[in-house]
Design a protein around this ligand. Structure first.
Ligand code: FMN
Length: 190
């Protein structure tokens, strides 16, 4: 059983990365095999809306995303961790999310071959923001929540934390524990 971690911050070793590692530690302790994908190290361009994938289920863009699509399909759960940039998710996370498009048909239903593997797939979300009010990240939560509801994915938990300087979140034991528990929950069977 594989739990995939998706890092949407370009700041490696930063706050999103630290909490994602906590979540993946929780998943590992719950018996999962874990893998982290650092989006800024991947070549992922924006969706071109070429609609070729509507028929084929395969993205026409020749970059690193088709390989990530395979990992998405295979994963038991996917935990995303991303900071707020200008009241929204980072460009890296948005490009990744838009490219999920390839998994749907023209009516925004999962391609038949993918549905059995995507139905109810467990999704986790961790957000970071510099603002002391963690609700600053609510637009990101809104995006993931609606995506999951619309497509039949199972959003198992959201952790919202506040930190500004690189690595500052390491001192926040409560946020680290919450992220760890999210990872455990993501790895659960039901
Ligand atoms: C380009 C940029 C834009 C940002 N915009 C916001 C913002 O709109 N609201 C906010 O609360 N924090 C904002 N921040 C702060 C980050 O969300 C915060 O520092 C976070 O902890 C970074 O997480 P990381 O260490 O994982 O990269 C911004 C940071 C950067 C670099």
């Amino acid at each position: 059983m594989k739990v995939l971690g998706i890092l949407g911050s370009p700041r490696i070793g930063g706050n999103s990365d630290i909490l994602l590692d906590q979540a993946l530690a929780g998943a590992k302790d719950a018996g999962a095999e874990v893998e982290k994908i650092i989006l800024c190290k991947q070549r992922i361009s924006g969706c071109l809306a070429c609609e070729k994938c509507n028929k084929t289920g395969v993205c026409a863009i020749d970059d690193d995303m088709p390989a990530i699509h395979k990992k998405i399909l295979e994963a038991h759960a996917i935990i995303h961790s991303v900071p707020v940039y200008f009241w929204a998710m980072t460009a890296q996370m948005k490009a990744y999310l838009d490219r999920w498009c390839a998994l749907f048909d023209a009516e925004w239903r999962w391609h038949k071959a993918y549905w059995p593997r995507m139905k109810g797939k467990r999704i986790g979300l961790i957000t970071l923001c510099g603002d002391s009010n963690v609700a600053t990240a609510d637009p990101i939560v809104h995006s993931f929540k609606n995506t999951c509801e619309f497509t039949g994915l199972n959003l198992v938990g959201v952790v919202q934390a506040s930190a500004s300087a690189k690595g500052e979140i390491a001192a926040n034991e409560a946020a680290k524990k919450e992220a760890y528990e999210l990872g455990k929950k993501a790895a659960a069977r039901e």
